[in-house]
Design a binder for this molecule. Structure first.
Ligand code: GCU
Ligand code: CA
Length: 479
């Protein structure tokens, strides 16, 4: 989920912002980007580390108070979510005072180490704005100065097409493992699903008694038939044997073919087919990267690089991934270049508690609105759950929606069961989409989420846990 390439296509909004055209982000508008080289940078505009956007980044001097100030337009008063792209190649946080129109909003916004000056991350914050012109200033708290600052993205927070909290009803277990003579599997997990030509097509990870992961596929017309569907083991196809896990499937319309994206140990790979219903038709794996990118190696600690997720807008394809160590990464390429030339990932979101931003990220576009939904799996008190954010573009900046234990996207406290409560874990899965293509559109009404759960009394090593699939149906739809 890595090679460093300057992005050849600059989003239109960024070009216009750089040209000094003022934009006023409103509900569901695009995020607006302000490049640091067009802001008031109390230092130099440098370009000696790759991975920046525009023509350079602001390098403020190493002293207390040194900073960078952006002039940002707002059409009306409200709250903006800020996404600041930065690099901090040192080993320590470089906190900043964040002020808006001269008033301190946050006294120490964290700019945690990114591992190297050519490795970039995003810090987010929420600020009040007034109608018209606003100054947004970041100033160094310590004598180390600020991080190097590449740009500021701003988006208006609030007024989501989704409700601010969620209620769900879960089915019983719908899909259980079906071992055969050569696949002694103990679980089905990590589902990806599309509904196409009257059938659900579901791709899953399966794990055997030797704790080995591989992929499998099933299709069926209705959930009531899901558990009777034949499980096709994809290790007997060109996808091959060896570690494979966490599939994602979508139809890439520009090339008129299906893509299956999955983990292959320290890398991410894809296979393609023109016939999703024929499991033998997938191509052999092709890796996206030459190896695990350095930024991931620098940040993953004892975690691993995993759970790759691709969503495209009209210009770019974005690849999200996690490291089980508190980082959510995002890389990008153009739709025209897909599946090649994905950039070095940046850290799209970070949490010092790795369990709170753990893995299993999904991003969807919400209907026709220019609104995107991000889900990330967390572990709260030992149980799997999902947190959620929204943004006006597939790349953020992400505003919290339902992201706490008290108000989660999905957790045992907002899920009832139609039968026995067979699980307390709501783990790795995906929404039922309204389309099949690379835009990953879901309807904001009557959400449904296919997930992995397990008997709450299960114990033992993680890889032998008895995961099964169930379906959450939203019971508090707004529409
Ligand atoms: C290095 C690095 C700069 C950075 C500076 C700092 O000199 O090359 O890009 O700004 O460290 O510590 O702030
Ligand atoms: Ca500096």
């Amino acid at each position: 989920m890595s090679r460093l390439l300057r992005l050849s296509v600059i989003p239109v909004v960024a070009v216009l912002a750089a040209a000094g055209v003022a934009f006023a982000p409103s509900a569901h508008a695009q995020a607006t980007r302000y490049e640091a080289e067009t802001a008031a940078c109390e230092g130099t505009i440098d370009s000696n580390y790759s991975g920046f956007s525009g023509s350079g980044f602001c390098n403020p001097p190493n002293r207390v108070g040194a900073g960078v100030q952006f002039t940002v337009q707002a059409g009306s008063p409200g709250t903006f979510t800020l996404g600041v792209k930065y690099a901090n190649g040192t080993g320590v946080n470089r906190p900043a005072v964040l002020s808006v129109n001269g008033t301190v909003v946050q006294s120490a916004v964290a700019f945690e180490p990114t591992g190297a000056w050519r490795h970039w991350g995003i810090t987010t914050a929420s600020v009040p704005v007034q109608s018209g012109t606003n100054t947004i200033r970041l100033a160094a708290v310590t004598a180390d100065g600020l991080a190097n600052i590449d740009y500021l993205d701003v988006a208006r927070a609030g007024s989501s097409t989704l409700p601010a909290s969620f209620q769900w009803s879960s089915t019983d277990q719908l899909i259980a493992p079906k071992p055969d003579a050569t696949h002694n599997i103990v679980s089905v997990k990590d589902p990806s699903v599309v509904y196409h030509n009257g059938r659900y097509h579901v791709f899953v990870s399966v794990v055997n008694t030797n704790q080995s992961y591989s992929l499998a596929y099933l299709n069926f017309a209705d959930w009531s038939q899901a558990d009777d569907a034949q499980l096709h083991f994809l290790d007997t196809t060109a996808i091959g044997t060896g570690y494979k896990a966490a599939p994602q499937v979508f139809y890439f319309a520009p090339q008129q073919r299906w893509y299956l994206i999955y983990q292959v140990g320290n890398n991410v790979a894809y296979s393609t087919t023109t016939d999703i219903g024929n499991p033998r038709s997938w191509s052999a794996p092709t890796r996206f990267y030459s190896g695990t990118p350095q930024i991931v190696l620098d940040n993953m600690g004892n975690g691993q690089w995993l759970d790759f997720w691709i969503i495209c807008d009209t210009v770019n394809c974005h690849m999200y991934s996690s490291d089980d160590n508190g980082q959510l990464y995002r890389a990008q390429t153009t739709v025209a270049n897909f599946p090649n030339r994905f950039s070095t990932p940046i850290i799209a979101m970070q949490d010092s508690n790795k369990f709170w931003l753990f893995e299993g990220a999904n991003v969807y576009r919400l209907g026709a609105a220019n609104e995107y939904l991000l889900l990330v799996e967390a572990i709260g008190e030992g149980r799997r759950m999902f947190r959620s954010w929204t943004a006006p573009s597939a790349s953020g900046p992400w505003t919290p929606l339902a992201d706490t234990k008290e108000n989660p996207f999905a957790r045992h406290n907002n899920v009832t069961h139609t039968g026995t409560r067979w699980t307390n874990d709501y783990s790795h899965g995906e929404m039922i989409r309204s389309g099949i293509d690379q835009n990953l559109v879901i309807s904001p009404c009557d959400l449904q989420f296919l997930y992995q759960g397990m008997n709450p009394n299960s114990t033992g090593p993680y890889n032998l846990l008895p995961w099964r699939l169930g379906l959450l149906r939203q019971t508090n739809s707004r529409c």
